[in-house]
Every structure is written in C-alpha cells, then in structure tokens.
Ligand binder design. Structure first.
Ligand SMILES: Cc1ncc(COP(=O)(O)O)c(C=O)c1O
Length: 399
C-alpha cells in the first residue's frame, strides 16, 4: 500500500489472449493469467455474450432450499460429469476462499453426522495457501499470512509440505479419531509453486484412507486444466478426493465463481431422501446464474479448442524453455514440469519484488510469489513465440 501511495497503481485497461494493455498505452505479456485464472485467455466475446444473454433472461435467483436456476443446474450436472469421483455433488460458492471455508465446515459436520463429533482437527501443510477467509488463513502454511490476528480457528495443525511421514506423525500425536481432514494443494501455488515430490500425493492419499481422514484437494489453482492433460490434478494423479475445492479456472475469472465437489460418501448424510440433515450453509451468490453462464461458455471453449491438451504442451514448453535460466547466478532454481506453472526462484529473496516490477520494462506483467519466486502461469492460449519473449524478458531483467 505504501508503494502504491508513493508510485501509483499499474492500471490495466483491456486484454486479448495472453496480452493485456496498461493505461500507459503499452502492451504487456500476462505471465500469470491474472491471478492464475484466465485459462482461456482474455477478451472472449463468447463468454461476454453468454453472460449478457443470461442477465437478460434472469441474472440470478436464490439457490437456497430447493430453488435453483436452470443454467446453474446444467453447470452442476456438467461438473458432476467431469468430477474425479463419479456421483459427486456440487456446492457453488463465490470464489476459492468460500470453497475452502465450505470444505472445512463440511468436513467437521460430516463426521458429526457419522457419530464422530470428536473428529474436528484439520491439517494443512507448510507453504500451503488456502485463501483469505478465516478458515483458509488459519489452515495455510505461510506464517506472514497469520500474523496479527491471534488464533483464528481452533483445532488446526500444520505439517511439512513434502513428507508423508510428517502427516503420519501428526496422526500418531493427535489420534485419527480427532482428525477430520487433510487439506492438500496437489501443486503448491501461491506458496511458491512447489510440485509434489515423487510419490508424495500417493502416500498422503493412502495415509488418509487408512486412517479414515477426509482428503481435501484444494484445486482452486490446479483445477480446470492448469495441471495439464486433465480437468483436475486429482484426475491426473488419481487422488479420488473426498472433497475438492475449485474456483478461478471454472469461469476463467470472467465472473467470480467457485465450486466444491463432494464425493458421494460425504454428501450422503445430507441427501438422504428419508430425512437428510439440513446443512445450514450457503452464500447469497452461490450458484449465481450469470456466473454459471460464464462457466458454461468457458468450459465450451476449453473443450472445443482442446485446451487441456494445450496446457499439457505448455507444461513441457515452459519446463524446457525456462530450464537454462536456472544457470543464472541470481537464480537458485526453476520449479516447473508439473502443470502449466513455474517459478523462477531467486537466490536473494528480497530481489523478487523489484525484479517483478522491472519486468514490466520488458513488457511482461508478473509478480513475486512465495519467498523470492517469480510467478509464471500463463493462459493456455499463449503461443511459443510469446513464451520466447517471456524467457528473453526474464533473462534481460535478471541482467
Ligand atoms: C489453493 C488456493 N485456495 C484458495 C484460494 C482462495 O481463492 P480466492 O482468492 O478466489 O478466494 C486460492 C487463491 O489463490 C488458492 O490458490
């Protein structure tokens, strides 16, 4: 805020594909797809038309109780059809933090309905980011994000981000009968882009299954193709999550929306036709019809243009093209190769913010991520030529 007070904002006025334009009249390569959301690229008139058409018909209605709008129902059916666990139910939210809050409440409530009210602890990982609501802030593993609020939520534990043994030892310490859920980003995003170590996801998934702890995949970043070749990282890595949180790529950010996909096991107590539990939880704009229309058009584009395949290709291109940068003396490592995401980690973490700013001088819009990383997570429609420009810009700015 101080920097903005001193230097002013960087104001964006429009976008097209992987380009954005600043109020300064210059064009910039959008290296981050906004905040990891513009999977289909900017400026899609098709999404604008779908939203306009929906608003003209009915923009939104209550989705509480048995109310629903047809477009929202169609989207729920479509998401259920691509869910990593067949038969999943869909709970709509207004974004990723809502999705995480929903998953925390649902995991605790589920166990109570199963007669195990003592299962309340939620476990997160170091470096993890789960949004900015109270539950997500408490659960996250980025210490600076917790500072200044006191204890936000009871019964939260954090384990090492890269060790199944650490999860196991937390289970031994607290007892599986006191643990509701383990929250896991398949690829850590805002904490600095850390792909999972080999075998890690399989191991923690197995541990959760063996100890009857719900496995919650936070796919707010990784969902909708970001982890190339599949709709979800959970599909690609066969995680079969009990609960999966999503947002961002669901609408490519054209309209805010999130969704929580709930496996039949967890949904079942609430959907019992002979007196399912009334879960008093929901958001005014959950299932917003204009957002649902944006999501439908966005998913149409991903399917029609084979953008899941494009993202798989982008994963490899980014990995190959960024690899030489690791040799630069100012660079500690380049983390890439799992999904269409990468981080250029600087040896001097404090240099990341100024570098991200100076990259604008090279016509590249990005930001610092984690502790001393530069974020790269472009739209799936970015061209090879634009990637060359991105890499050249980073090399020039490092110089
Ligand atoms: C993994 C993860 N979970 C949750 C969130 C929160 O989403 P939102 O900012 O839409 O509330 C984010 C946002 O970046 C995220 O990366």
């Amino acid at each position: 805020m101080g920097a903005v007070e001193r230097d002013g904002e960087f104001v964006v006025t429009r976008g097209d594909g992987a380009w954005i334009w600043g109020a300064d009249g210059r064009r910039y390569l959008d290296a981050t797809a906004g905040l990891w959301f513009t999977n289909v690229g900017h400026g899609r008139a098709e999404i604008a038309d779908a939203v306009a058409q929906q608003i003209g018909r009915i923009a939104a209605y209550s989705t509480f109780g048995d109310y629903a709008v047809d477009t929202t129902v169609a989207l729920a059916d479509r998401l259920a059809a691509i869910a990593p666990v067949p038969g999943s139910k869909v709970f709509f939210t207004s974004g990723g933090s809502d999705s995480v809050d929903t998953a925390v409440k649902l995991s605790r409530r589920y166990w109570r309905e199963c007669g195990q009210a003592g299962k309340t602890i939620v476990i997160g990982r170091e470096k993890a980011y789960h949004g900015m609501h109270v539950a997500g802030t408490a659960l996250a593993g980025i210490p600076v994000n917790h500072e200044g609020y006191g204890e936000l939520m009871p019964d939260v534990r954090t384990v090492a981000w890269n060790s199944g043994k650490a999860l196991l030892s937390a289970i031994e310490t607290h007892g599986a009968d006191s643990i509701a859920a383990f929250f896991c980003e398949p690829v850590i995003g805002a904490g600095g882009i850390y792909p999972p170590p080999d075998g890690y996801l399989d191991e923690v998934r197995r541990i959760c299954r063996e100890h009857d702890i719900l496995f919650v995949a936070d796919e707010v970043i990784t969902g909708f193709g970001r982890i190339g070749g599949a709709w979800f990282a959970s599909t690609r890595f066969d995680l079969q999550p009990d609960i999966m949180t999503t947002a961002k790529g669901l609408t490519s950010g054209y309209v805010p929306m999130g969704a929580v996909l709930v496996a039949p096991r967890v949904a079942e107590p609430f959907f019992d036709p002979n007196g399912g539990v009334w879960w008093r939880h929901g958001y005014t704009y959950g299932g917003h019809a204009a957002a649902a229309a944006a999501a439908m058009a966005n998913l149409d584009i991903i399917e029609r243009e084979s953008l899941l395949t494009a993202s798989a290709r982008l994963e490899k291109t980014l990995h190959d093209k960024l690899a030489p940068i690791a040799a630069h003396p100012a660079v500690a490592e380049v983390r890439s190769g799992t999904g269409a995401v990468a981080a250029v980690q600087l040896t001097d973490a404090s240099a990341a913010l100024p570098l991200a700013r100076s990259l604008r001088g090279q016509g590249i819009a990005t930001r610092a991520v984690g502790s001393g990383g530069i974020q790269i997570s472009p739209a799936f429609v970015i061209t090879d030529e634009q990637i060359e420009q991105l890499v050249a810009g980073i090399v020039a700015a490092l110089g």
